[in-house]
Design a protein around this ligand. Structure first.
Ligand code: NAG
Length: 134
């Protein structure tokens, strides 16, 4: 968890240095209420052991959505599996997160982190913004 927090901090810093006031602006996505979306997190190393998706809304601590060790069963946290709307899938070289029937509360920054024996990396972060909702 400490390593993940460090990575998130790094991401926030690099976003803050950008001219656009959105962290990870290249991953900015607008979605509609009720839409399905898949966030992909590809990785090159086949040594990757641990992958996880995290969600953070402004002013809140980041939450782990899903975690998987190698190709074992995906473990969900914080009730993310209860709605049935969040599904994570670990492939040979990717870890995808599908969100179905998007809700306003899904607006957040999503981070994918991966770690092998010696390193950890922030592989992607996407800012989801739900449109058409006041
Ligand atoms: C979204 O995914 C759900 C579950 O897979 C499916 O039932 C639904 O039809 C999909 N909705 C859209 C808008 O594609």
């Amino acid at each position: 968890i400490y390593i993940w927090l460090l990575e998130i901090h790094f991401c926030a810093l690099s976003g803050g240095a950008s001219k656009i006031d959105v962290p990870c602006a290249d991953g900015l996505k607008y979605i509609q209420n009720g839409e399905n979306i898949t966030l992909n997190c590809p990785f090159l190393s086949f040594d990757v052991m641990v992958t996880a998706w995290l969600k953070q809304t402004p002013g809140e601590k980041p939450l782990v959505i899903a975690y998987v060790y190698r190709s074992t069963t995906v473990k969900y946290y914080d009730g993310f599996h209860e709605s049935g709307r969040f599904n994570a899938l670990r492939g040979l070289s990717s870890f995808t997160l599908s969100i179905s029937n998007a809700e306003p509360s899904d607006s957040a920054t999503y981070y994918c982190v991966a770690a092998d024996y010696t390193d950890t990396a922030l592989l992607g972060c996407t800012v989801l913004v739900l449109k058409g909702w006041c």
